[in-house]
Write a protein that binds this ligand. Sequence first.
Ligand code: PMP
Length: 392
Amino acid sequence: MAPGDPILGLTETYLADPRPGKINLGVGIYIDEQGRIPLLPTVHEVEQALVAAGKPRGYLPIDGLAAYNRVTQQLLFGTESSLLAAGRVATAQTIGGSAALRVAADLLKQVAGAGAKIAISNPSWGNHHVVFRTAGFELLDYRYYDAASHGLDFAGMLEDLGKLEPGTVVLLHACCHNPTGVDLDAAQWQQVIALLQERKLLPFIDMAYQGFDKGTEQDATAVRLLEASGIEAFVVANSYSKSFSLYGERVGALSMVGADRDEAARLLSKIKQTIRANYSSPSTHGASLVAGVLGSTELRARWEQELGEMRSRIHAMRAGFVDKLAVLGAPDFSFINKQAGMFSYSGLSKAQVHRLRDEYAIYALDSGRICVAALNRSNLDTVAAAVAAVSG
Ligand code: PMP
């Protein structure tokens, strides 16, 4: 019997809980004010047009829908990108961000051979470890979260990255770090990138929450700074699951940057070989939706607004939660306002998380990670009162 996934397992326990008014903050999805997963109006509009067109469903090419890969490159690297102009980026549509990670892991392992190593932030999204371990990597970690300040242990991070062997892959969250919500600012990115370059480490950016902190452009700062640094090679795995609220459609992409156009062509050939051996080709529907929205100037502008509404609601929930906890006389939780994206490392201990679950039917991860995007005006008071009670 294989062990269950800790996050999905928690949702199963939550679903089986008979208590009315139970609240699940263990999820990794954005939930709107009405407690629903939104269907974005722009996505719905494109979907209706697709249905009306009644198109046949042939196979996509191994690397997916060309229009989707094009708009993805523009969103990740920017319309003015010199890397794109030079043809240095190989991009393939993948089955969510997860398959982008797995395809890249398989490919990089094949190239690196027995000595393949990856450094992952401590902590990180649990599946990072699973994917790279399964692909045959040796896993290393670098310091990241500082429990005392509820912020970044930047000195520790630099020290640990500085000790890695050349050729080690370094996995970095572009923004809205999962699970902590703690991100690097632009100056810190610059320092990290200079170190990676000097130590000949391979930057691997995982961008699953573009647009959930400050906006699509600003949240791509890491990618823009990597481009500006002149570094020869780096990898970007991105996901539209959250930014398009298309979780089950499995929309993501893998982009690999090479030294020149020829290397990008070789990278694409390797990406396609790896995809072919895994799942042959990706699926049509989700990619058509994303390509339809991002490919239209008008729809793209409206999508940016829809994304902005999700982002603002999360910011409002963070602020509201911190204020309510302060009014209730709880210990200082103001650090939650500094964290970014859907998640917050709340600082709650495992024992406190278990009390929340057992006494208040409020579900969070044992690590103390809560999904701020699952808070709304109806459950905020209940959650704040329970958190104040268990942390007092
Ligand atoms: N990376 C991170 C950091 C994530 O949080 C997630 C989703 N939870 C993914 C990648 C995978 O995204 P997808 O659901 O599109 O496979």
